[in-house]
Design a protein around this ligand. Structure first.
Ligand code: SF4
Length: 436
């Protein structure tokens, strides 16, 4: 029976954080807490924070400020800060905002169980080597698609990034632990799994990453396997052939380029040149012609000249990504890049970013147009958020498709559709043939 206690959970940042929030919710639900959208009703408010960009950090502090008066009105209310800002700030956070009760780094989510039972105050930001063995309850709202951690942390130390300092060094989960979670999900009716890690293609346990894909490909019930994020320097031929040969591994890879200038890539400590990146892209396209490649770009990294920016523009035209996430560089305290010379003015960064986004928008639309009249398999995710007369799903290449609602089609179905109209951010399709 539920105990009438409620939690309010606010999540910032990447898929890794979203999945960590599923674990936070899993722990609280297993202790009979119920989620509420209304912070005023909550007995505990948890912020799962992100420090990858200044904006996400500012947003968190402004939300935190709005919550402060609630604590005065309801002294029993607990406020916990989790995620990367918690890890970075530790004790400083309690000094900065003394109404916070708990500070929990991303490697220490498990302590929540203690917190809600007894501990009045706790800072848990230490390294946790046992993280790969912890089987925490996960509260997933999506009944069809599931995220699964296969590894934690990162060893790459890109000069702009705070993650290796907040999430620690790379640690891979054992193959059997991942496979048993996937088998369990298949038994619960899940159709798609996305394997999560900062750098999944450096996964290493009794098998390497392609070996893991091979094992998971054999699990009955799961129809699609995706993974994020891959580091370009670790993209092996073996992985390219795994995507090509294993039928459940989807033809989509997110491969962050960050800059088209090899000089800037070196300053970023990315450990590949633009030419090496391009070589990987050409191999992917030649082995898997239908593959979708998406990427990340940082505009205005320290030292970026107009010429370097032109290299990025050239790269976008040459590669034709299916989509990108592009952001202005924002200095993160504690990173090497924040101490570099040659910081670029904000207005220059923004005008370069606009050019990048405009160009990529046109490329994405053009690539989507090429899919008109083409048949695609989509996995139905549910009703479209925009219209209850439409269903929405994704192609194997991760493109969103809306189709007219039909009573015989349900969430989790794999159907073949004909793409009838392409837009910049989505596709429309008509249902013709059902095959599961
Ligand atoms: S690969 Fe680079 S950008 Fe990605 S998490 Fe590791 S250090 Fe950060």
């Amino acid at each position: 029976m539920k105990n009438n206690r409620k939690y309010h959970l606010v999540t910032f940042g990447c898929q890794m954080n979203v999945h960590d929030s599923e674990k936070i919710a899993g722990i609280l639900e297993s202790e009979d807490y119920t989620e509420t959208d209304n912070p005023k009703e909550a007995d505990i408010i948890i912020f799962n924070t992100c420090s990858i960009r200044q904006k996400a950090e500012q947003k968190f502090y402004s939300e935190l400020g709005r919550i402060k008066p609630l604590k005065k009105k309801k002294p029993g209310l607990k406020i916990a800060v989790a995620g990367c800002i918690a890890q970075q700030e530790g004790n400083r956070m309690l000094k900065r905002a003394n109404f916070i009760d708990h500070v929990i780094g991303p490697q220490n989510i498990h302590v929540l169980k203690d917190i809600i039972k007894s501990r009045p105050e706790m800072i848990a930001v230490g390294d946790n080597p046992a993280i790969t063995e912890m089987e925490l309850p996960v509260y997933r709202k999506d009944p069809v698609r599931a995220w699964i951690n296969i590894m934690y942390g990162c060893n790459n130390f890109c000069s702009y990034c705070i993650v290796p300092y907040t999430r620690g060094r790379e640690k891979s989960r054992a193959l059997e632990s991942i496979a048993s979670e996937v088998r369990k999900l298949a038994g619960e009716g899940y159709k798609e799994v996305t394997l999560l890690g900062q750098n999944v293609n450096s996964y290493k346990s009794s098998v390497n990453f392609p070996g893991l894909l091979k094992e998971l490909n054999d699990i009955p019930g799961i129809e699609r396997i995706r993974f994020v994020t891959s580091h370009p320097k670790d993209l092996s031929n073996e992985l390219i052939f795994a995507i090509k040969d294993f039928d459940k591994v989807c033809e989509h890879i997110h491969l962050p380029l960050q800059s088209g200038s090899s000089k800037i890539l070196k300053l970023m400590n990315r450990k590949y040149t633009y030419e090496e990146f391009l070589d990987n892209v050409l191999k992917l396209k030649s082995e898997i012609p239908e593959i979708a490649i998406t990427s990340d770009i940082i505009s205005g990294f320290p030292g970026e000249t107009d010429e370097d920016h032109r290299c990025t523009i050239h790269a976008l035209k040459e590669i034709e990504f299916d989509g990108i996430y592009a952001f202005n560089y924002s200095p993160r305290p504690g990173t090497k890049a924040s101490l570099m010379d040659g910081h670029v003015d904000d207005d220059v960064k923004s005008s370069r970013l606009s050019e990048i986004l405009d160009l990529q928008g046109n490329i994405t639309e053009l690539k989507n147009k090429r899919l008109e009249e083409v048949f695609q398999e989509i996995l139905i995710e549910g009703f479209s958020e925009k219209s209850s007369s439409k269903l929405t799903g994704r192609t194997r290449t991760n493109k969103i498709v809306t189709v007219p609602f039909e009573t015989q089609i349900k969430q989790g179905d794999l159907i073949t559709v004909k793409i009838t109209k392409a837009h910049r951010h989505s596709l429309e399709g008509s249902t013709l043939l059902r095959f599961t």
